[in-house]
Design a protein around this ligand. Sequence first.
Ligand code: SF4
Length: 335
Amino acid sequence: MVKHYTIPVFIPELACPFQCVFCDQRKISGSLKAPDLDEVHQIIQKHLKTLPEDKAHIEIGFFGGNFTGISEEDQSAYLNVAQHYIDQERVHSIRLSTRPDYISEEVLKLLKAYTVKTIELGAQSLDEGVLIKSGRGHTAQDVIESSKRIIDGGFNLGLQMMLGLPGDTFEKSLETAKQIVQLKPRDVRIYPTLVIQGTELAELYKEGEYEPLSLETAVFWTKEIYRIFQAAKLNIIRVGLHPSEELTDSKSLIAGPYHQSFRELVLTELWKDRFMEKLEFDKNKSLIIYVAPQELNHAIGYSRANLKLLEEKYEAVKIKTDQKLINFSFYADCY
Ligand code: SF4
């Protein structure tokens, strides 16, 4: 099986003319300035040394800002570096993230001239009120039109969504998730909103004008949105932020539902719901539950939470693997 790897190159807030209330891109990416071309080469080469050459699809990802908002000259310079490794057949494709209002036919033409396969948009929300309160500077219609352009242009579409932005509600987030499905992205990311030092959101929080989601609420919202994306067979490539040093040093993160294992918490809850829906509990029975090997840890649960819960409901419980199972499927036998 071919494994996918992405070499991340962060271009922090370079030429981004906006200041979304939640964003201090330099802190989130852990970078203080945009890398020059030599640094991009070094980043790529460092990663390539650690990646397998066989049975691997390797892509270079330009993340962190507004890639198509920088000058054409700078875009081309960065893309040329990435293309160099594609031409050497050491890397297979390029992906990048950008704003929904910075996608035009001209932009796509430039990206098409390189091996850019995937374009990710920071959609964040498709509720106009939430977009305005978050200082995004683009509309939901921008997301819809750009998504269509990207797919029509023959690229893979990625959409990022944020939960718990100013003005957001559970219903609005669910609606955004359903609309995202309609836009037919291949990849999606789900990020709960965090309050980062130096952002406008930090000021709003200190003034009592913004209340972040609790960890429990964020896990619940994310779980329900995960279900929607999963049912639509979207590729959910990220749930929650990377535990970068900048965030875990405790000074940058002021408030919000941050957890180093946020995705595991969400998957634990999804498995808990599966067990609750399907199993008939009986204190006199001992049970073996079989799940897919790659899902064993999530079925057992973060801190073994699901196993502990099941142990209260049966005489004894074991969770084992069966290679034939996939995607949250399981069966159980008594022993
Ligand atoms: S557009 Fe992106 S990089 Fe610019 S401020 Fe907003 S989130 Fe940050």
